[in-house]
Design a protein around this ligand. Structure first.
Ligand code: ZN
Ligand code: ZN
Ligand code: ZN
Ligand code: ZN
Length: 361
């Protein structure tokens, strides 16, 4: 590392000059290529974008309405929404204005959260005879509404895709993700940025559910033979009657039954805890037993039935839990999870995971 840095060090001032050169391009205020107005604006998000007049910038961004613009104020370039320069977004006609628009139809200003920050964009809906409802128009344009009734906030599909991947890989919560989006909008802290954290929580969760439904084929009625509808990927190698076993598998001679054996194992993860905090006690899962967890109602009924039973004494594994420091699980609502996996192929079994209530119980 030292040798590498030594090679870079003498070049650093030049490199910084080059970086600074991209921040203020030459030719500010010269005539735009359209020949009509001075080139005082440019796009921050287009690659190698040239200076243009505001009119040309708006015209070239009908299909990129969430790019940030920069406007020369005489001293420096100010970051701004394209909407502040006059951009309006149109729904229903691939970005073109609806032919049925009247001058009395005023656009509604939406707060749109995109992967590069939070924008304010006036949106003009399609008003053609038989036009779709607002929510449907937004969705077909690639915008996920924050609410179903008269939405004025939406998330681009792009930001929801990115959030989902961050959630699953960098383990980022919606709160931290939105903080980053806020800073991408204004990192100086001097501008007011609309907070859409709560809305992201709802939209992100529904987005993940819908994406899983889409990918599992459930929406198109695809299910695996002889299996309950599920959004999970089961183990295809494990024996499953009516799927990958001979119809007469029950007649297999005793000495050969091992061929059809399904080897399952259970394992716990005590890192997956849920601390006790203020949340909605009536919250429920959209997956309703079609995922990896046991269906909530079945689990609840089971737990009510065993509540009075003493802790099993025969299993040495449970002694681990009892030997733990008392109070260790005091502030936990869920002290971990236990899942059943097929131990040959390492696949999680659908509907075979439960929350632990205390220690290993
Ligand atoms: Zn652009
Ligand atoms: Zn121009
Ligand atoms: Zn229309
Ligand atoms: Zn398996």
């Amino acid at each position: 590392m030292r040798a590498v840095l030594e090679r870079w060090r003498p070049r650093l001032p030049d490199i910084l000059d080059d970086i600074l050169a991209t921040e203020v391009p030459p030719g500010i205020g010269e005539l735009c290529t359209c020949g009509k107005q001075a080139a005082t604006t440019r796009c921050r998000d287009c690659f190698q974008s040239r200076l243009q007049c505001p009119r040309c910038l708006i015209h070239s961004h009908r299909h990129s309405p969430f790019h940030w613009a920069e406007v020369w104020n005489g001293e420096f370039l100010v970051k701004t929404d394209l909407a502040a320069l006059g951009l309006t977004m149109y729904l229903g006609h691939d970005g073109d204005p609806c032919p049925s628009l009247r001058s009395t139809f005023l656009p509604i200003t939406y707060t749109i959260t995109h992967s590069n920050g939070v924008h304010c964009v006036p949106i003009q809906e399609c008003h053609c005879p038989g036009h779709r409802a607002t929510v449907s128009q937004l969705l077909r344009a690639g915008l996920f509404p924050a609410t179903l009734e008269r939405p004025e906030s939406a998330f681009t599909f792009e930001v929801l895709r990115q959030w989902d991947i961050h959630f699953l890989t960098s383990k980022k919560g919606a709160y931290d993700y939105f903080q980053a989006l806020r800073r991408l909008t204004d990192n100086s802290g001097t501008q007011k940025v609309k907070n859409r954290y709560r809305e992201l929580n709802v939209a992100g969760r529904i987005w993940q559910y819908l994406t899983a439904t889409k990918r599992s084929g459930l929406h198109h009625g695809l299910t695996l033979p002889n299996r309950a509808p599920s959004m999970t990927v089961p183990c295809f190698a494990c024996p499953w009657p009516g799927f990958n076993m001979p119809p007469n598998w029950k007649d297999t001679p005793t000495e050969l039954t091992y061929i059809h054996a399904c080897e399952l194992g259970g394992d716990g993860n005590h890192g997956l805890q849920k601390k006790r905090k203020r949340d909605d006690p009536n919250d429920w899962s959209l997956w309703e037993g079609r995922g990896y967890f046991v269906e909530h109602a079945i689990m609840k009924e089971y737990l009510e039935g065993i509540d009075a039973e003493p802790v099993p004494e025969t299993c040495s594994g449970f002694k681990v839990g009892r030997a733990q420091r008392p109070g260790k699980f005091r502030h936990l609502e869920v002290s971990g999870v236990v899942a059943v996996i097929c131990i040959r192929h390492g696949c999680f079994r659908p509907r075979a995971m439960v929350d632990l209530q205390k220690g290993e119980r």
